[in-house]
Design a protein around this ligand. Structure first.
Ligand SMILES: Nc1nc2c(ncn2[C@@H]2O[C@H](COP(=O)(O)OP(=O)(O)OP(=O)(O)O)[C@@H](O)[C@H]2O)c(=O)[nH]1
Ligand SMILES: [Mg+2]
Length: 208
């Protein structure tokens, strides 16, 4: 399988799910799969194998994303739940995941309101407790994306950041771009590494 272990249809009771670190959720077509494929190229040698093509995730799939040399663990394991699985996302919330990445396609004004409502719902899920959540604003390479100021007005993003200080992180990314062209991709993976380690000092290992 091209993207590191496709497990379509697997449920949250599968024993393999125990090792998931990060949960990827977001509306259909919002960019979860391409982001998973792209993150594997940040520290890994998957550049040559990277493909822009994705297919809809009917079920869930996992991505094993390599970390940097000197990191105490070799990979971050991401579990993507397809947008078509939305009613079942919550089955993963109580699993031993460390954090959630919620993707929002900012090139598609038609789905923004629905995405914003879903994000609020995720932030309020008791099963997630105070686990960190990253809102990834996706497809920012496209010419007509909704600017951040308008997102703040329409979805109250700045208010949400104030409401969940230290818990909600917001980043804007393009998975079409390489990590060199879009440094936010590397910053997002470093955040996942920090969250998994439970210690920001873990990143100092790669600077030595
Ligand atoms: N231009 C651009 N296209 C993107 C980006 N991310 C994803 N896409 C495209 O958007 C479409 C949907 O992307 P996916 O990654 O499959 O979306 P998904 O969230 O996994 O969708 P589901 O599996 O159905 O929930 C594909 O055609 C991708 O190539 C991006 O950053 N920029
Ligand atoms: Mg997908």
């Amino acid at each position: 399988m091209s993207n590191g272990g496709l497990c379509c249809g697997s449920g949250p009771d599968s024993p393999a799910d125990d090792t998931d670190d990060i949960l990827f959720i977001g509306l259909q077509g919002s960019g979860k799969t391409l982001l998973g494929q792209r993150l594997r190229t940040v520290y890994g040698k998957a550049h040559a194998a990277f493909r822009l093509v994705t297919t809809e995730t009917n079920g869930s799939q996992d991505f094993r994303v390599p970390t940097f040399k000197g990191c105490p663990f070799k990979e971050i394991r991401i579990r993507e739940c397809g947008g078509s699985m939305q009613p079942l996302w919550r089955n993963w919330y109580s699993r031993p995941i460390k954090a959630v990445v919620f993707t929002l396609d900012v090139s598609d004004p038609a789905t923004l309101a629905t995405g914003g409502v879903e994000l609020q719902r995720v932030l309020q899920q008791p099963e997630l407790g105070s686990k960190p959540i990253c809102l990834a604003l996706t497809k920012v390479d496209l010419p007509f994306t909704v600017p951040r100021a308008e997102l703040d007005l329409a979805l109250g993003l700045s208010d949400l950041e104030k409401l969940y200080p230290g818990r909600l992180r917001i980043t804007a990314i393009s998975s079409v771009h390489s990590p060199e062209e879009c440094p936010e991709l590397k910053a997002l993976l470093d955040w996942m590494i920090e969250v998994k380690a439970g210690d920001p000092a873990v990143l100092s290992a790669k600077r030595q």
